[in-house]
Ligand binder design. Sequence first.
Ligand SMILES: Cc1ncc(COP(=O)(O)O)c(C=O)c1O
Length: 394
Amino acid sequence: MIVSHKIKQQMEETGWIRRMFEEGIGMKKRYGDENVFDFSLGNPDVEPPQQLKQSLIDTLNRPDVGMHRYMPNCGLDDVRKEIAAYLTEYYGMPFTAQHTYMTAGSAGGLNILLKSILNMGDEVIVPTPYFMEFKYYIESHGGVARLVNTRDDFQLDIQKIEDAITPKTRAILINSPNNPTGVIYSESVLRELAELLYKYRGQGKKIYLISDDAYKKLIYENIQPPNIFSIYDLVISVTSHSKDLALPGERIGYIAISPEIKDVDMLISGLMFSSRALGFVNAPALFQRVVGKFQRNSVDINEYQKKRDVLYNALVEAGFECIKPMGAFYIFPKSPIDNELEFVKILQEKEHILAVPGRGFGKEGFFRIAYCVPFEKVLGALDGFRRIGKEYIK
Ligand SMILES: Cc1ncc(COP(=O)(O)O)c(C=O)c1O
């Protein structure tokens, strides 16, 4: 067998995602693109801001000798300074360039971070539902993902987290606004989490809080998200411009290390080594130069909010149980029948609607709709959801 046993097993675990993707392509061929409502991928349908595209052109037109060469693995100093200035303003904490590290998106950032901090067999607690790639990132670096259910409202269940802590717990990995639920973890629940982690610190155990902030700027109704850096000290945030600046193909993001973490130099050295060992080497040079200036920008959140509103309202009217998303561009309704895999098939066959079963996020009995699609697609699918609601919701 050309692939390893481990990769084969991991591919089998998620094989149905690939099958669904292929079926979606087949359906579009059979019924025409306009008659298929594909909500399966978190790939933004919007374009990056126009000024960003212009800045890219300007950057390319400026004859900066050496701009395409290797650079320090942690990224360009000027860009790190720009990001640190933004972080200082946003979080009210004294970030410097030394607390930042440019990465190939969140995925690249999480991988170099986990590689740098995990010893073989170390455990990372991950609240579910969650972005399932986390499990594979953790396992790639010798760690073990300890999956812990959230509450019915998808907020953190602190008791369950406490029950999952063992002598091997190295970190907790959270993602808020969350993929797949769109929920933002509340300030009070994060404070409870911090209290729990400080209790363990008192017993000599350091647990890092890794915050995947890929959707940090995609927040509705001017909700003020909790300031995670002021709530707990050992925070490492990993973020990206895949969603907020609609640049997923460009692979650009960064890690922000809390100014309260004393051994930051050691961590940066670890990240530098891991970047090389994993072959990322450094974040893309051209896009580093561009995104530094766009830290205070994002795509138009109102476009996503408009889609969230019509979809959420229609689903609730049709009888679906769902938590109203506060951010990101996902909604995670309960499946009207126990087996959500079957339900997703029904949606697909009867209404040509493609969604992802909850088990793809470690939570059976639910399904995810990614509404980062054109508004007309959202509108076009509403009658389908209504018909299905009438037939399957008692
Ligand atoms: C929660 C979460 N983290 C990380 C990623 C990966 O993002 P990036 O493109 O920045 O690697 C995604 C992508 O959908 C995501 O949903």
